[in-house]
Design a protein around this ligand. Structure first.
Ligand SMILES: Nc1ncnc2c1ncn2[C@@H]1O[C@H](COP(=O)(O)OP(=O)(O)O)[C@@H](O)[C@H]1O
Ligand SMILES: [Mg+2]
Length: 292
């Protein structure tokens, strides 16, 4: 795993030139992960993606929870095709990219995520080239399944930034710490952004962040950045019942305000510049996951 991260870094520094000059420029990739399930990853990913699109970013959301993809349900989108259909030749890449709200785009990994490792090099290359061509994305948000699987590990390595979601519950915090431990042990990322979801007060958020921060500081090498808190808000559930993301159904609700603040924070110009990536690098990152 350490070798993997090192060779990835090497590839990134060796390929500074964008392959497709016309296709845009910088892409920032966020991977949303958690220890425990049900802490709000999908809700965060979808609403963050929409908020970023509302800020004028070209956003691609990838639903990478193999077991239960539900970003589509929150948005009321019916996928006909996913990555698996593309890999099996039933659909073009264009056909597996769906239009979401506010001009954002979505792609469902589906069972395709399990197939990726078995692809021959030519198919991998075709996928990367086509994605780069379609490209023009500023931001990619990957909604992962809970816990650590080989797919999640790949997407942690692949992304520029990891967003770890937890709730203040002790079980969620313990599981979040396990994820941090793995990221630290394998040196996958120097730091992780933490979102504490479903808080009843700022104090509850501070307490949860404080616990993880203190324990990690003592035992781990990975840093934790406080990305913000999202209040426990009945409007989230109400919005889901309407199959609408909360930032669209209830834009003035407490949780929508929290999510928009987080979106504004993560597109902070300095953060972007520090982690610039060209489309060629994006291709290389895909190579890394899809490679043998
Ligand atoms: N801030 C919040 N306030 C209230 N309920 C929330 C909040 N965030 C998520 N939920 C609820 O928690 C449940 C799990 O959310 P989900 O995004 O599917 O979690 P995950 O993707 O981590 O499994 C959903 O029923 C959702 O409505
Ligand atoms: Mg989910």
């Amino acid at each position: 795993m350490i070798d993997q991260a090192e060779s990835l870094r090497k590839m990134v520094t060796e390929n500074k030139e964008p392959k497709n000059e016309g296709a845009g420029g910088l892409v920032k990739i966020f991977s949303v992960v958690s220890g425990k399930g049900g802490v709000g990853k999908t809700n965060v990913s979808v609403n963050l993606a929409i908020s970023l699109a509302q800020m004028g970013k070209r956003v691609l959301l990838m639903d990478a929870d193999i077991g239960m993809t539900n970003a589509d349900i929150i948005m009321g989108i019916n996928y006909e095709y996913d990555l698996f259909d593309y890999l099996e030749g039933r659909a073009s890449l264009d056909e597996i990219i769906y239009e979401g709200p506010e001009g954002m785009k979505m792609i469902s990994g589906g069972a395709g995520l399990l197939e990726i490792e078995r692809l021959d090099e030519e198919t991998q290359k075709a996928f990367i080239d086509e994605l780069i061509e379609l490209g023009g994305f500023d931001v990619m948000v990957i909604d992962n399944g809970a816990g650590i699987s080989s797919e999640t590990l790949s997407f942690i390595t692949f992304a520029h930034e990891v967003i770890l979601v937890t709730t203040p519950e002790p079980t969620a915090i313990t599981d979040a710490y396990r994820v941090l431990k793995i990221i630290s042990f394998y040196d996958l990322k120097p730091s992780v952004k933490l979102i504490v979801n479903k808080v009843s007060s700022n104090e509850a958020g501070n307490e949860a962040f404080g616990k993880l921060h203190a324990t990690s500081k003592e035992f781990l090498t990975v840093g934790i950045e406080n990305c913000g808190y999202i209040f426990d808000d009945a409007r989230v559930g109400k919005a889901i019942m309407q199959q609408k993301p909360v930032v669209l159904a209830y834009p003035n609700s407490l949780s929508s305000g929290n999510i928009k603040d987080i979106a504004a924070k993560i597109v902070d110009e300095n953060v972007f510049i520090r982690n610039v990536s060209t489309l060629k690098q994006l291709g290389n990152r895909f190579m890394k996951i899809f490679g043998t």
